[in-house]
Each structure stands twice: as structure tokens, then as C-alpha cells.
Design a protein around this ligand. Structure first.
Ligand SMILES: [Zn+2]
Length: 347
């Protein structure tokens, strides 16, 4: 039994409707209520965002083929959130998307990339490193023992054994994961297998807290069921004084949620032609209808940014990043999630 309460607002019920179009209509309404309740509940205690690495990603996936560029790759930047919230009268620490960058290379997709470009280019020339999870934690004034929970929007390219395996770097932490994601990573379908690190999630079950849907982790911090990119995909929602912002990999930039305002060649035309409100990060197509609906939920829960209400407060966990290697593919709008509060050691 999960120690967290389900998120009220009706998203769970909406997801259960069997018809895809009606499901989306119900999700829209539930997302509005969910956003209001999250805001009413009040802000999180503290939150900070940390860049890990900038890496190449196929252009054809980033905007589902809508982005037009001769460059085969766009650059994306992986980011991690450190979040503290109150749960059961205690201050808790969550690391969201603490990617073990070295470990993630073992995913079949990225090892093929290394084979194509050579180890040196793939590891040392193309990527930019900003600091490891361990380094960011120290800079935030925390120790590994302060971490209560580790969670990822999904488990593609994740290597968990160093964090939560037999000799865990985080001695107390537990993995929060949706049931569907955990089932998939244990026995991936052939269409998904290329993205997972073989055996990367072989950690003791005692270290795993399986979730069966949206949860409120504590005041101002929630995990949303945003299935689609993977069947057990989830998004982090954090409330600050600026309102909520939402983190996931369903889109690669805020303009994925406002494609009619994108200046990237092809994205707007693609959305217009298809009549799409959002443009998927499309490296997995198995559950695209759900991914689309999940992105609508994210857009509504996040709401508009203060700087430009055209774009939602969406913080891509793998964020499209301007690069000379990918001309014409710079983001139209960059959202920097607010760093709020001060992290306090709790161990
Ligand atoms: Zn993925």
C-alpha cells in the first residue's frame, strides 16, 4: 500500500473511460480541478533544478517528424530536480530524474550511437557535462542519506543499481514508480527494449514503492499519471509562488505544447496540417493517443508561464537545447523552472 494519498481532482477516474476522445474530454476537466487544488494546497518547501548533460537525440523523434532540418540530431539537456516537501509531519527529499549518465550509456540505443560515431566522439566531443547527481547534491547542501525518494518520469536509459542496488549510494532512498512502468522494465516488449538498460533496474524489491496512479507526495508536490511515452510514464508537478510547473519527457520544449507559436521550421505547419494542439516527443508510438492526452493534462496543470503566457510552465526533463550542431532547431521559448526555498538536511 502506498503511503501517499491519491491526488484528488478526478484524473484517475477520467483515465478509466474506454473511449479515447471522451477520455480526453474528461481529462481536460479533471486537469483544471487538479491544478486548482494543487495551488490551493500551497507551495512546496523547496525545489531546485540541475543540468546533468547535453547529448544528441534524433531530430525525427523530437517533434514526431514535424521539425525540418538537415541535421540528423538535435541536442537535448537532461535535468534533475531536488524537491523537499512535508509528508506525515516530516520534511522529505525527492530526487526526480537523477540520471546516472555513465550507466545510461548501456541502453542499446545509445550504445549503437557510440558504435556509429566512435566512443571518443560519442562520449567526449558531442556531450557537454555540467556535473553529476552526486556533485549537485553536495552543492545543494545535502548528503546521500538525506534522500528519501528517487523517481524518474520513466525508466528509459536508467541504470538504478548504483543508486539503489546491493551497495546503494542512497542508503535510505526508495524508488517511486508506477506499476505499469515497473512491469514493463522487468519484461520489456521488443518495441521498448532498445530504450532500457539491460538489467539496469535489478534492485531489491524492498527498495521499490509501486504506485497505482496519481499521488500527492506532500504539499505542493504531486506525481501525475501521464502514460503514453511509456505505459507507466509520470510527470512531476511542483507548486511555487509562481504557480505549478510540470516536468516530463512527453514534449521536448514548451513549444511542444504550443506548436502554433513555434518558430522551428516545420513544427507549426505540421500541427496545423494535423489539427494537433501538442506535438509529441515521438520515439515511442505504441500509446500515442494516451501521450497526446497526457500532454493536454500537463499543459492545463502547468498553466501559462509568467514571462510569456503563450507557453506553459513545462520543464522538459530532456530539454531541446540550442547548438551549432543542429542549425534551425533552437527552442522558440526556454522555460527555467524557479529555484525556490532552501534545502535542509534531514538525515
Ligand atoms: Zn523515453
Amino acid at each position: 500500500m502506498s503511503p501517499f494519498s491519491p491526488l484528488s481532482g478526478g484524473l484517475r477516474e477520467a483515465w478509466q473511460h474506454p473511449g479515447a476522445a471522451e477520455r480526453l474530454r474528461r481529462l481536460r476537466k479533471a486537469a483544471v480541478v487538479t491544478r486548482e487544488r494543487l495551488i490551493d494546497d500551497g507551495p512546496a518547501l523547496s525545489c531546485s533544478t540541475h543540468r546533468l548533460v547535453t547529448f544528441p537525440y534524433p531530430t525525427r523523434y523530437a517533434f514526431s517528424g514535424g521539425g525540418l532540418s538537415p541535421a540528423p540530431f538535435v541536442m537535448m539537456t537532461n535535468r534533475m530536480q531536488i524537491v523537499q516537501f512535508e509528508h506525515g509531519g516530516r520534511r522529505k527529499t525527492l530526487l526526480f530524474n537523477p540520471t546516472d549518465v555513465e550507466g545510461g550509456r548501456a541502453a542499446t540505443f545509445f550504445s549503437d550511437l557510440s558504435a556509429k560515431f566512435g566512443q571518443f566522439v560519442a562520449r567526449r566531443v558531442i556531450p557537454t557535462y555540467y556535473g553529476t547527481v552526486e556533485e549537485h547534491l553536495v552543492r545543494a547542501g545535502l548528503t546521500p542519506a538525506d534522500v528519501d525518494y528517487v523517481a524518474f518520469d520513466h525508466l528509459h536509459v536508467q541504470e538504478l543499481r548504483r543508486w539503489l542496488g546491493e551497495q546503494p549510494y542512497f542508503p535510505r532512498a526508495r524508488l517511486l514508480v508506477m506499476q505499469a512502468e515497473w512491469d514493463e522494465v522487468k519484461d520489456p516488449h521488443p518495441m521498448n527494449a532498445v530504450w532500457y538498460v539491460p538489467n539496469g533496474c535489478d534492485i531489491p524489491e524492498a527498495r521499490v514503492e509501486v504506485l497505482d496512479g496519481d499521488v500527492l507526495l506532500g504539499r505542493g508536490v504531486a506525481l501525475l499519471d501521464t502514460r503514453g511515452h511509456t505505459r507507466g510514464n509520470m510527470s512531476l508537478a511542483v507548486v511555487t509562488a509562481d504557480g505549478p510547473f510540470v516536468v516530463s519527457e512527453n514534449g521536448v520544449a514548451p513549444e511542444s505544447y504550443a506548436p502554433l507559436h513555434s518558430r522551428i521550421p516545420g513544427v507549426r505547419a505540421y500541427a496545423e496540417q494535423m489539427g494537433f494542439e501538442v506535438v509529441l516527443n515521438g520515439n515511442t508510438r505504441e500509446d500515442s493517443l494516451d501521450q497526446y492526452s497526457s500532454m493536454i493534462v500537463e499543459k492545463i496543470v502547468a498553466g501559462p508561464t509568467k514571462r510569456d503566457p503563450t507557453f506553459p510552465a513545462f520543464a522538459a526533463s530532456s530539454e531541446l537545447t540550442q547548438s551549432l550542431l543542429a542549425p534551425g532547431l533552437a527552442p522558440t521559448f526556454v522555460f527555467t523552472p524557479p529555484d525556490v526555498g532552501t534545502h535542509v538536511p534531514t538525515a
